[in-house]
Design a protein around this ligand. Structure first.
Ligand code: FCB
Length: 434
């Protein structure tokens, strides 16, 4: 399946070589690939007309719940040595306090399947979806969730701790908040910034508790972090104090609130009034970064939704679907800045919506070149997980945008290895690129 290279190329060392043992993988999340996750809030949300832009519902998604072994065979044949997935809370705890043994067996098989293929799992506990019983109790809006998430974490670590070295507690707290409580596009689809800040604070509290629990429960010495979405905001006019401030404000809300909470174990306003998180040390053993794009920001009083900034891609830049700018330099900048946190960095997501696979090869090469440059300049990056292994259900966008290295025909569930997957496979195999 993977193109073989002539011998001379095979043995030549890549010019841009990554550190030994570098984790090369892809990311997925349960609801986006598994299929039939009927007991979570997203399933309920999809049933309402108009909530999903292209009118699709997740339904069988990629049927990955049944096809995980074949999908991992593909990933393995493409020389990936790691894989990020998420556990579906609503399968494991379909009713509050009721644990489903069959679901626990299933995920053990999934994790064992990765080990059998020599692939390191990175396991996310919460990737946007909530069990419906939790939604009935106001989801993440009350501190009650901290206890519920702690219990769930403990169960998972007891069940899977021997198979997991890298835990990711929560995926992208601020994206969850912005989409659900500011932009009204994801459940619970309200405009309630006050609740949104409460949710972000609870996610950070729950993260800190989970951090402690995982370390207390796991027999091995796991590494625990969360996946933080970083979108860069640069002033449209770098000499304009108004543009500079408009960009800084967005950067503070979307990026800074989470990084400062993690670095100083403290909730800063508006998340909290310098409240210390419930953990005894900095609650991150690695810094997980999800990076996609950047915006230029011009001061504009009419743009209240984006805190008085008008956002747009850099003129002349290569654009992707959704109007996102391809900005590989951003990955370099983020990794250089995160050096200061003093922990290893893992790129937990980076990818492109590209339905024809025409842009993805260049995207990969440019972003990995930028990543290599950061490593060469001392940034402690230890892994890269491309989003995504498979085309999948892209939340409120439905199935339309295709992020996969492997294409999925949703009618037949047939998989097709795209050209970009082969390019990535060569990079993984050689542990670098030329
Ligand atoms: C990230 C999400 C992931 C996927 C990609 C495209 O923000 O974590 O689930 O939707 O974007």
């Amino acid at each position: 399946m993977v193109r073989t290279q002539p011998q001379s190329k095979r043995t030549r060392r890549p010019e841009l070589e990554f550190p030994p043992g570098f984790l090369w993988g892809t990311s997925t999340s349960s609801h986006q690939v598994e299929g039939w996750n009927r007991q979570n809030d997203w399933w309920a949300f999809e049933q309402k007309k108009g909530n999903i832009r292209d009118g699709t519902k997740s339904l069988a998604a990629c049927d990955h719940f049944n096809r995980f072994a074949e999908d991992f065979d593909l990933a393995h044949s493409l020389h990936q040595n790691a894989h990020r997935l998420s556990l579906e809370w609503s399968r494991l705890e379909p009713r509050e306090g009721h644990w489903d043994d069959a679901a626990f067996d299933h995920y053990r098989q999934v994790l064992e399947a990765l080990h059998q293929r020599g692939m390191t799992p990175l396991v996310t506990l919460h990737h946007f979806t909530n069990p419906t019983w939790l939604t009935r109790h106001q989801g993440w809006e009350t501190t009650r969730v901290v206890e519920a998430f702690s219990r769930y974490t403990e169960r998972c670590v007891e069940a899977f701790g021997d198979l997991v070295e890298y835990w990711c507690t929560i995926n992208e707290p601020m994206i969850y908040v912005v989409m659900g409580y500011f932009l009204k596009q994801w459940p619970p689809a309200v405009i309630r910034p006050d609740l949104g800040f409460r949710v972000a604070a609870n996610m950070l509290r729950a993260h800190a508790c989970a951090y402690e629990i995982i370390h207390e429960t796991a027999k091995q010495r796991p590494k625990v972090g969360l996946a933080h979405h970083i979108r860069l905001f640069d002033p449209a006019n770098p000499t304009s104090p108004l543009d500079i401030n408009a960009a800084r404000i967005q950067d503070y809300f979307l990026n800074g609130l989470i990084t400062s909470a993690l670095r100083y174990s403290t909730l800063f306003p508006p998340l909290g009034f310098f409240e210390h998180l419930p953990c005894s040390s900095m609650p991150m053993d690695y810094f997980g970064v999800n990076y996609y794009t950047r915006d230029l920001v011009a001061f504009d009083l009419t743009q209240t939704e984006t805190l008085c900034g008008r956002n747009f891609p850099a003129p002349g830049a290569e654009l992707q679907m959704f109007g996102w700018e391809s900005y590989p330099e951003g990955l370099y900048r983020i990794c250089m800045e995160a050096k200061a946190y003093g922990v290893p960095i893992i790129i937990t997501e980076n990818g492109i919506p590209d339905n024809t696979d025409r842009q993805r090869p260049r995207f990969l090469e440019q972003h990995l070149t930028a990543l290599h440059r950061a490593i060469a300049e001392g940034s402690p990056v230890i892994g890269y997980f491309h989003w995504s292994l498979l085309d999948n259900f892209e939340w409120a966008e439905g199935f339309e945008p295709r992020f996969g290295l492997i294409g999925v025909d949703y009618a037949t569930q047939e998989r097709t290895v795209k050209a970009s997957a082969r390019i990535y496979a060569e990079i993984c195999r050689r542990n670098g690129l030329s």
